[in-house]
Design a protein around this ligand. Structure first.
Ligand SMILES: [Zn+2]
Ligand SMILES: [Zn+2]
Length: 434
């Protein structure tokens, strides 16, 4: 340019105005002007800007390729080449800039300019980590062309609950005589617990609660310690020497009911407790395991260590009733239904209660049960199991149990909690007196 300006100035200086006017109409591109061989560059319809030796343009129509055209000086040849030296008519924009070279020639003259074609980032929400059972998915906005991130990764959406890997439901031993028990399963991945009502754990069904743990269940605690609610055995067995323990007031144990005094007694002495909802459920039933636990409470046995085993397949280590059953077996208070089966969740029969309390008295407490009543021959004597005949007679004569009307004993009838409260009250007083 400088040469040309100098030339123009020189001509103007030494020429008249007409000469200057004539120069203005001269051909635009002298053969010796390298600079003007490339007049313009257009990419995807957009003009590239020239800076120094480089044209640059940003296209953002989203297409992979864009047509490139060079405004080439008359008589000149302009070509666009990629980095491999291949002539192209389309360029492929890159976020970081795709580099090309524009070559122009006219006769013996050559010129070249770089061409850099940018495309704008196009960010989209890419999933970095998918949702897990306890965490939402993590996303990151990234450029779909070059992967450049925009901003920080972020959580979005909700955890995918369908991904929990649930273990088996485990019964919580929390049924009461008025409510179904619950069972809980746990996710192996996140530890979440899922608790539902366990069907068939209501009163009279197979699964029954631990009488010792009904009164103060701890939310979330699956293995409450029945022993914690058992008062010190010394207090239980010698109530006469201690300040009178306070009975628990149960809304379903009204004043005037025949069993009120017995419920008061067993609750005050920590022998039987109520349900989590504060009721006693006097008409409810007891399971064999519950009754054994009551006897263990009566004996002041520490049943907190569940890591004990028995010979019964259905009384395995870890169950709430296993320590009490083991204690009862060790002390010859109970036998199984068979050598391998105890049926802890079966409701206890009246004749079974008699056998257990008599064995408790003779084999554990070494107490003789008094014969305060005459021997009764029940009308249904024949239906009493041979194993229980003596025990029923002893219980009847000690007035621990009574007949059920019509001179029947009803040995297989399931004991009601109110009846159990009376039996345990009478028995507890006999044992303590002895
Ligand atoms: Zn990009
Ligand atoms: Zn989970």
């Amino acid at each position: 340019m400088k040469k040309r300006l100098v030339a123009v100035l020189a001509v103007c200086l030494f020429s008249i105005m007409a000469v200057c006017a004539a120069f203005a109409d001269a051909p635009e591109l002298p053969d010796d002007n390298f600079e003007r061989l490339i007049l313009s560059v257009t990419v995807g319809g957009k003009s590239a800007a020239l800076s120094g030796a480089e044209y640059s343009v940003t296209v953002d129509d989203g297409s992979e390729n864009a047509a490139v055209s060079v405004g080439c000086a008359a008589g000149a040849t302009c070509t666009v080449k990629d980095e491999g030296g291949n002539t192209v008519t389309e360029v492929a924009p890159l976020c970081k800039g795709a580099r090309y070279v524009i070559e122009a020639k006219k006769g013996s003259f050559r010129d070249s300019k770089n061409l850099v074609v940018y495309r704008q980032h196009d960010f989209y929400k890419a999933e970095v980590t998918p949702a897990t059972c306890d965490k939402p998915a993590v996303y990151q906005n990234v450029c779909r062309y070059c992967g450049t991130p925009q901003g920080d990764a972020f959580e979005e959406g909700a955890p995918d609950e369908s991904l929990h890997r649930w273990g088996n439901y485990v019964y919580n031993n929390d049924a009461t005589s008025e409510r179904d028990g619950t069972e809980t399963r746990r996710c192996e991945v996140c530890g979440k617990e899922d608790t539902r009502v366990k069907e068939g754990t209501k009163l009279g069904s197979e699964q029954k609660p631990d009488p010792g743990q009904q009164e103060t269940p701890e939310p979330g605690e699956q293995t409450p310690d029945p022993g914690e609610q058992t008062p010190d055995p010394g207090e239980q067995q010698t109530p006469e020497e201690q300040p009178a323990p306070e009975p628990i007031e149960f809304p379903d144990v009204a004043e005037g009911k025949w069993y009120k005094e017995y419920v008061d007694y067993v609750s005050a002495n920590g022998l039987m407790n109520g349900n989590a909802d504060g009721s006693f459920n006097p008409d409810g039933r007891l399971t064999r395991a519950e009754f054994v636990q009551i006897l263990a409470n009566l004996a002041g046995v520490d049943t907190t260590d569940r890591n004990v085993a028995t010979e019964f397949a259905d009384v395995s280590a870890g169950k709430w009733f296993t320590p009490a059953v083991k204690w009862a077996v060790d002390n010859k208070i109970v036998n199984g239904i068979s050598p391998t089966e105890f049926k802890p969740n079966a409701n206890i029969e009246r004749q079974q209660i008699c056998t257990m309390v008599v064995r408790y008295a003779t084999d554990f407490a070494r107490a003789e049960l008094p014969k305060t009543a005459d021997k009764i021959t029940f009308a249904d004597e024949a239906s009493i199991g041979n194993y229980a005949k003596d025990a029923v007679a002893i219980c009847q004569q000690a007035e621990i149990v009574n007949g059920m009307g019509d001179n029947k004993f009803e040995p297989k009838k399931e004991a009601e909690r109110s009846q159990a409260a009376k039996i345990i009250t009478v028995f507890h007083k006999i044992i303590n007196a002895g």
